[in-house]
Write a protein that binds this ligand. Structure first.
Ligand code: TMP
Length: 205
């Protein structure tokens, strides 16, 4: 079972994942959390390059390719072997972030982006993808308060609005894979929603 969490900036994915992992482990599942970009030594090095505020001159195509390079490595080195061993892998972002940010955000050609993603992942599609949906301004404010500002956060509010709109279109286009959770609710309620939706998908053990 491969589960991915997606969402605009400040939607809280990262704070929810450790609690989800603990909950599922208590229920007896073997769970492996990871994040994108990152999760392997090579991918974390690429993450540093992508997020460094000094790299303001980075072209959207460079950005798109670097995300795919980081992804190819984690898919082969971590995700596929863990899935093959029967584990549940929960990833904080995966290829839908590329469609949302580089596709809708930077308005790069979506068909070309999908080809690159397919090359990078070898066609590995998540079983379940959860969108933590949140108003863009609220999310950016949360993130700036949390002191985790990176090069992508610094893109315009219009960019981030296109990202959110892109996610909402993706949910509509593939309703069997996607589930949406309202991330403006209080943290505990969001966590409960996430647990319910994941258990529904994997079945109680
Ligand atoms: P985060 O770890 O704080 O979510 O930061 C990851 C950033 O990278 C976030 O701004 C979204 C962005 N991103 C992309 O633009 N494309 C991608 O394919 C991925 C995985 C992330």
């Amino acid at each position: 079972m491969f589960i991915t969490l997606e969402g605009p900036e400040g939607s809280g994915k990262t704070s929810h994942i450790p609690h989800l992992v603990e909950y599922l482990r208590e229920k007896g599942y073997v769970v492996f959390p990871t994040r994108e970009p990152g999760g392997t030594s090579i991918s974390e090095q690429i993450r540093d390059t992508l997020h460094n505020l000094k790299n303001a001159e980075m072209h959207p195509r460079t950005e798109t390719l670097l995300y795919q390079a980081a992804r190819a490595q984690i898919v082969e080195q971590v995700i596929k072997p863990r899935l093959a061993a029967g584990e549940i892998v929960i990833s904080d972002r995966y290829y839908d972030s590329t469609i949302a940010y580089q596709g809708y955000g930077h308005q790069q050609n979506l068909d070309q982006i999908r080809l690159l993603i397919n090359y990078a992942t070898g066609g590995l599609v998540p079983d379940l993808t959860i969108l933590l949906d949140l108003d863009v301004e609220v999310g950016l404010k949360r993130k700036s308060n949390a002191d985790e500002w990176n090069r992508l956060d610094a893109y315009t509010v219009e960019f981030h609005r296109r990202v959110r709109a892109g996610y909402l279109e993706m949910v509509k286009a593939e309703p069997k894979r996607w589930i949406m959770v309202d991330a403006s609710q209080r943290w505990e309620r969001v966590q409960e929603n996430l647990r319910e939706k994941i258990l529904d998908k994997i079945g109680t053990k």
